[in-house]
Design a protein around this ligand. Structure first.
Ligand code: ADP
Length: 184
């Protein structure tokens, strides 16, 4: 029992929630909530492309798109982050189209790409909760559970930050993290 508790503390200690603009973070990587074309869009995707500069779109064009639930990496160019990991969240369509599993996969695939590239610190936006309309509470729980599950199997990632763009999103992630540490 004692050992389980120590383990859980170590996992949640590697997750963090902040309120802010993900494009300002000087981490090994930031994650982009992209679309399947990877050619840029609105929301956080637009903000990342604007700050990274035109080199990012040029590099993205060479990746030939990305499927929902998959992840691909580029340099960060003019961003303070070293890399951008682009993942494509599911569009919410009522919940019957594997949206939960696909959102969970976005987090785990992005983390796999991070580990494969030696990335130790990275931040996620609240994938799919903007233009893609995924219910935000449900998405926050999936995000924390997916990252928590990954960190139990990985020893290389030092810190995963949930970068929330407004206070309500921050509150949802703090709550999801508290529930995760209570119930595992
Ligand atoms: P999606 O198409 O996956 O829904 P959006 O970019 O529309 O992606 O929204 C995803 C989340 O990113 C939303 O919660 C939105 O508030 C947030 N967001 C938008 N801009 C930023 C930013 N600069 N930094 C962090 N989060 C952002």
């Amino acid at each position: 029992m004692q050992r389980v508790l120590v383990m859980e503390e170590r996992i949640t200690g590697r997750m963090d929630v902040i309120l802010g603009d993900i494009t300002a973070l000087a981490l090994d990587a930031i994650v982009n909530a992209a679309n399947t074309s990877l050619l840029g869009g609105g929301g956080v995707d637009g903000a990342i492309h604007r700050k990274a500069g035109p080199e990012l779109a040029i590099q993205c064009r060479m990746l030939h798109g990305c499927k929902v639930g998959q992840a691909k990496i580029t340099p960060g160019f003019r961003l303070p982050a070293q890399h951008v990991i682009h993942t494509v969240g599911p569009v919410w369509n009522g919940g019957g189209a594997q949206e939960d599993a696909l959102l969970q996969q976005c987090y785990s695939e992005a983390l796999k790409v991070a580990v494969a590239n030696g990335i130790k610190t990275l931040a996620f936006p609240a994938i799919s909760t903007g233009i893609y309309r995924f219910p935000a509470d449900r998405a926050a729980k999936i995000a924390v559970e997916a990252v928590g599950a990954f960190l139990t199997t990985d020893r290389t990632i030092e810190k995963v930050t949930f970068c929330c763009f407004d206070a309500a999103a921050q509150q949802r992630h703090v709550q999801a993290l508290a529930e995760y540490s209570d119930h595992g």
